[in-house]
Design a protein around this ligand. Structure first.
Ligand SMILES: [Zn+2]
Length: 456
């Protein structure tokens, strides 16, 4: 049995986890509204129907138009399996339209990120990357009662897995207000670090002001802490949108920011003493983040930089992670979903995903361990729901798959005992004074023992 103090999930899309639990599972042939109907009650027609898990747009449009025949003109928002594209119907689009018109991007940019798909006399829209992520939050928060309900449902999900501390990546001012009022009502018990999202089509100063405002309330809310500002530098492995070095990785993908725009934005955030959290999956996105950190440091501009995911890394970049204000958040379970998607979309077997050269390292957990660089673990829910055993499996499987598929030899550090320790340390909230009494017990299979949680 192992105990973890302040058991911590360091990267979650907190509210999305329960929204998807109740929503439509688009990967299934039969779409169930049963769970959704249970919770809607009297104001059922006002709730947005959420779903996720689609991969093929043509297939999903056919399924959707059939589904819509059975429904009234409800707002509908379905996330692609990686969460980086959102398919909405016309009522949802109309609800978003006033906000879309206020975005600061020009119409060319909007047209690139918002595609219109007429299908059988109906109108559907796909919103790409940050635009889809932003729209999803807007739809969730557009309806009275939805956000509170799903926040509390998500709290149950983490509690039932033994997690008392969570770092949420997908917040904004509205969600912060909801959390504060839930805590005031005495129903909020999760130690939650709230990061705020920023996308280039929003106004940065407004997000900064919201964070500074939220910080003022922190001291009167013992379960809540304000984190930093989250930016997306690239996409995902599963849909080949992560930024990889062309010719070295299995695909190229692309960067979502220019170096200059990223440098200016981070400088502006650090100037207010706010940390940045950068979604970086491909090696090119990781290298871009490290370069900007170094460029700003040379100019005397410093701040905290969190790197999220960091799945592929250039071998030569490994020593560049040894930086005082750099914090790594990785999800060992993530590779299962990523490689599963790659396999199903293009490659008949994992062995076909070959690396043309050896300049890249995949999930460099062992290398960081050797360099004594600390890593915090998470699950990237809703990609995976929190479950300690999953990351344990991810750590071991990553090691063995990397070994089997790409012939990389495993360092001695992969001995089970050291990995148990690594798993435990990376799942512990680093500040011992926050939720100091929280301890969660897990059995030898890293499953949570329900009697083993103590926390105020
Ligand atoms: Zn994430």
């Amino acid at each position: 049995m192992a105990s973890i103090s302040r058991c911590y999930d360091s990267h979650a899309h907190f509210v999305a986890a329960s929204v998807f639990k109740y929503g439509i599972d688009c990967s299934q042939n039969q779409w169930e509204l049963g769970r959704l109907n249970q919770l809607r009650g009297s104001n059922s027609d006002d709730f947005v129907i959420f779903g996720w898990g689609w991969t093929d747009l043509t297939f999903i449009l056919q399924r959707l138009s059939q589904f819509e025949e059975e429904q009234a003109a409800r707002r509908l928002a379905l996330s692609r399996k990686d969460g980086h594209a959102l398919l909405i119907n016309e009522p949802a689009y109309l609800a978003l339209q006033p906000k879309l018109l206020r975005l600061k991007q020009n119409s060319d940019w909007l047209l690139q990120h918002l595609q219109h798909y007429p299908f059988q006399n109906k109108h559907y829209f796909v919103l790409q990357e940050g635009l889809g992520i932003w729209a999803w939050t807007q739809l969730l928060q557009s309806q009275e009662g939805q956000l509170d309900f799903f926040l509390l449902e998500s709290q149950k999900l983490w509690r039932e897995a033994g997690f008392t501390h969570v770092r949420d990546m997908s917040g904004n001012w509205k969600q912060w207000q909801a959390l504060m009022s839930l805590e005031q009502r005495g129903v909020w018990h999760t130690y939650l670090v709230q990061n705020f999202e920023y996308h280039p089509f929003l106004i940065l100063e407004e997000v900064i002001d919201e964070i500074l405002q939220a910080q003022k309330f922190q001291s009167s809310h013992p379960h809540l802490r304000v984190g930093g500002i989250k930016l997306y530098l690239d996409g995902t492995i599963g849909f080949k949108t992560a930024a990889m070095t062309c010719g070295a990785g299995p695909f190229c993908g692309s960067l979502l920011w220019s170096d200059q725009a990223l440098e200016d934005t981070i400088a502006q955030i650090w100037a207010r003493n706010i940390p940045v959290c950068l979604h970086t999956i491909g090696d090119r996105a990781v290298a871009q983040a490290l370069t900007i950190y170094e460029r700003l440091a040379q100019k005397g501009c410093e701040g905290i930089m969190h790197l999220e995911h960091v799945e592929w890394v250039q071998k030569r970049d490994l020593p560049r992670f040894q930086k005082k204000n750099l914090v790594i958040h990785a999800q060992p379970c993530h590779w299962l979903a990523d490689l599963g998607l790659l396999k199903s979309s293009q490659h008949p077997s994992l062995e076909d995903i070959s690396l043309p050269d050896e300049s890249l390292v995949f999930c460099p957990y062992y290398e960081w361990l050797k360099l004594k660089i600390p890593v915090f673990w998470g699950f990237d829910a809703p990609i995976y729901y929190p479950q300690l055993g999953l990351n344990w499996r991810g750590l071991l499987d990553t090691a063995s798959m990397v070994h089997r598929v790409w012939g990389v030899s495993l360092p001695e550090a992969t001995a089970l005992s050291s990995w148990t320790h690594v798993l435990r340390v990376g799942h512990e909230y680093p500040d011992p004074s926050w939720g100091a009494c929280c301890v969660s017990d897990f059995d030898e299979n890293n499953a949570w023992r329900p009697e083993g949680i103590a926390c105020g």
